[in-house]
Structure formats: structure tokens, C-alpha cells
Design a protein around this ligand. Structure first.
Ligand code: ZN
Length: 424
């Protein structure tokens, strides 16, 4: 472990500022103070002022571990183990991440060294550091942690192991296993941190949905049409949508049988879909409560595609703008809202005409906004089923529609749904 990693672990165990701890640690080590002694002296300096801290960490139930704990001792069962490589000051370091659970709850952990953890192991982690990660406590298992494997398995109400369907994955997940069909796969050369690197990117599917993926260490088994089990993947957010990360630590097993891929997108509540961090392909049902400005007949910059006002692009100045059709509509299902965005084709369908019709309409009325008004009148107050890609990022929650239909467009399906509900 390098000094920065030592400092990070120590700072998080002490609840101290990492930069300050690193500075002190570097100073002491440069005076040839042995690392253990240096760490001991910093422990005394930054004080174990927290009541739950001290040299004697408190034994706690997992649900009781709080972000202001300095260090704790917990006993639990390892639910998942993910392995990945991170870079500290130009050096690669392999870390292990996953979740630990007992009868009271579960908690994420990061192990800074290889404790030889396996899924299902019962362990007691003595003197584990606690740090805050996105508002929740997380355990840090490092050099100062004593790890004991227990014979007795605590009862946990969580799934042991990382097997998940695609619709159960969220950004931040580690150590997951998926069984999928590779729907799209493309080899790309990118400018990585070690120069030019080959990667694979594409789309995976199972019977619950689809997600984009990146394989940072191309596996031969991953090719278009292949059905595979991929072990030890992590999930990150990419352009507002969850994406599956395959790495050098992932194993890919080719399957003899084709994995079934759902033709349809999973239907979700809007709040649930937005909270889950976006979705590559999802169906949302709600009422259109507003058609926003910037809908109807619009003009785009031919260079960058941005919507322009009066022929002026923000990046390209005066341009010979191109006409286009678009709808930006607020969809509300009672649990939340998203902005549904319809491109040219879906807008033309809703409007009942193409760009030329819209321009004629605008000319006759001597007002462009008649097109948006027309669309507004058709859509607002009615219920729609919208399928598409939901991205959730600093631009808000936007659903790029690939399908757009009135909720009663398929009475047969609605009848079946109603019947299923009655039977349930
Ligand atoms: Zn432009």
C-alpha cells in the first residue's frame, strides 16, 4: 500500500482530514520514522475524541454503524465480493468491495488488502474504519483491521451472492453477476490512461431489460449474439444511464443455450425509475400535464444540432438553420415527473403532418407557435405510455422516446392487465 492509501485509511478511521494526515505522514516518514510508529503518533495527534472510537472499537450491530463512528467491530456475512483496480499516484492497487450483512442490516465495505474473502463467508472485522460514502457509512478494512472467519453463519434476510437481473442493477453496485445475451458489440480504440487501448462497448439484454456495457479488457467470449454469464461486474452511471463495467477481474463464461431477451421494456413508476438512476430502455405511463416551450416547429444548427433562436447558434453564431419537429412534454404519474422528448417522427405522428405541413400552418397563421399550440391541445390532460431511454443527470430526468402511444391504444392488453389484477 502506498502512503496516500495509508493516509486515506488512517484519516477515515480517525475522522480526520486526509490531506492533513497525508502531509504529516509524509513528513514523519521522510524523517525515517517507521510507518507503524508514524501512524501511532498520528492516531494520538488526531485523538480518538469520538466516544465510539478509541483503541477499543465498539462492537456494533450493522444497522447501528453510523457515519460519525471512527472504528467499529462487526460480525456479519459477506454478501458480495467485487475486485477492481484503482490508481493512486500512478500506482495500481487492487481493492475488494462488496456488502456485509447481519440480522439487523447491511453495509458496504472496501478492503484495501486481500483478506481472501468469499461470498457467504461469516466474518468478524475487528477495528474496521468507518467512512462516509454518499451519505451512508461504509466499512474500511485495512492493515489495522483484524479479520476472523467465523463458523457460525448469522441469519441474513438479503440475497447472498451477486447474481442479479439487469433491472435490479444500480450505479455503484459492485461484485455483480449477470446472465445475458450480447445484443450489440463494437470494438473501439480509446485514449486510455495508459495510451491507446482497445475496448468493447455495446448492449446486453435479459428477460428484464437491456443495459449498455463496456469491456475494458476485451474478452473473446463477448461478441454479438453470444449468450454469456459475466461474473464480477460493477455498475457506473454513464451519460445519466446505468452501464455495466466488465474488467480484467471479470470472468466470462459462454453458455450453450440462448438467454431469453424481452422484446418489451420493463414498466416502472416514474419516481422508482428516476430514483434508480436512469434506465436504458423503460416504459413509463402518465398524464401529460404540460407541453413546454421549444416544442413544435423548431430550428437547429446544422453544425451541432442545438436548437437555435433567430438563426443564432450559441457556439456557431449565425447559421443557416434547419427546420425540425420536436415535443418536450412533462409526463406525470402521481409519483413523479419526467420530461418526455419526442423527435421528428413521433412528433409528426402526434401533430398529424411533417415539416412542410407545419411550415404551411405557421405561414397561414403568421405565427410559428400554432404548431406547438396544436400539439398541446392534443396531448395535455391525456394519459400516454412512453418507451425510451431515461437519463438522470444535471440536466434533469429526460425520457428520449422511442415509442409513444395513448394508454388506451391497446385495449386488448389493458383488458388482460385488468383481468390479471382481478385474479391477483
Ligand atoms: Zn451550433
Amino acid at each position: 500500500m502506498d502512503l496516500e492509501a495509508e493516509a486515506e485509511e488512517l484519516a477515515s478511521a480517525l475522522g480526520a482530514n486526509k490531506e492533513e494526515v497525508l502531509e504529516d505522514l509524509e513528513k514523519l516518514v521522510s524523517y525515517s520514522v517507521p510507518l507503524d510508529e508514524a501512524k501511532g503518533s498520528l492516531r494520538r495527534k488526531y485523538g480518538d475524541s469520538d466516544a465510539s472510537g478509541g483503541d477499543e472499537p465498539t462492537t456494533k450491530d450493522i444497522a447501528d454503524v453510523a457515519t460519525d463512528d471512527a472504528n467499529v467491530t462487526v460480525t456479519g456475512r459477506v454478501l458480495t465480493v467485487g475486485k477492481r483496480s484503482i490508481r493512486y499516484q500512478g500506482e495500481d492497487q487492487v481493492i475488494f468491495e462488496g456488502e456485509l450483512a447481519d440480522g439487523t442490516g447491511r453495509i458496504s465495505y472496501t478492503a484495501w488488502q486481500d483478506f481472501d474473502l468469499s461470498v457467504g463467508d461469516a466474518i468478524t472485522a475487528g477495528n474496521a474504519g468507518v467512512r462516509e460514502w454518499e451519505g451512508s457509512p461504509e466499512l474500511n478494512l485495512g492493515q489495522s483491521t483484524t479479520l476472523v472467519f467465523e463458523d457460525e453463519q448469522p441469519d441474513v434476510e438479503y440475497e447472498v451472492g451477486g447474481d442479479r437481473a439487469l433491472d435490479e442493477l444500480s450505479p455503484g453496485d459492485r461484485g455483480r453477476n449477470v446472465v445475458v445475451r450480447v445484443l450489440e458489440c463494437e470494438r473501439k480504440t480509446i485514449d486510455g490512461r495508459d495510451g491507446e487501448t482497445e475496448i468493447l462497448s455495446g448492449v446486453l439484454g435479459d428477460d428484464t431489460g437491456r443495459l449498455p456495457f463496456t469491456d475494458w479488457d476485451p474478452h473473446a467470449e463477448i461478441e454479438e449474439g453470444a449468450s454469456v454469464r459475466i461474473e464480477n461486474v460493477s455498475i457506473r452511471e454513464f451519460r445519466g444511464v446505468p452501464s455495466v463495467n466488465v474488467s480484467e477481474f471479470s470472468s466470462v463464461i459462454g453458455l450453450g443455450e440462448d438467454v431469453t431477451v424481452s422484446e418489451d421494456a420493463p414498466e416502472m413508476g416514474i419516481d422508482e425509475a428516476v430514483t434508480s438512476g436512469g434506465a436504458y430502455d423503460v416504459r413509463l405511463v402518465g398524464n401529460i400535464i404540460e407541453v413546454r416551450d421549444g416544442s413544435g416547429l423548431i430550428e437547429r444548427c446544422p453544425e451541432c444540432g442545438r436548437v437555435v433562436q433567430n438563426g443564432q447558434c450559441r457556439s456557431h453564431g449565425e447559421v443557416d438553420a434547419e427546420d425540425d419537429l420536436r415535443v418536450k412534454a412533462i409526463l406525470d404519474d402521481g409519483t413523479g415527473t419526467v420530461t418526455a422528448i419526442l423527435g421528428h417522427d413521433l412528433t409528426a405522428e402526434v401533430y398529424g403532418g411533417g415539416i412542410e405541413d407545419a411550415k404551411e400552418h405557421a405561414r397561414d397563421a403568421m405565427d410559428k407557435s400554432v404548431v406547438a399550440d396544436d400539439i398541446r391541445e392534443k396531448l395535455v390532460g391525456k394519459e400516454y405510455r412512453v418507451r425510451g431511454q431515461l437519463s438522470v443527470d444535471e440536466y434533469g430526468a429526460n425520457l428520449d422516446a422511442t415509442e409513444f402511444a395513448g394508454s388506451d391504444d391497446d385495449p386488448g392488453e389493458r383488458a388482460r392487465d385488468a383481468l390479471a389484477e382481478v385474479r391477483a
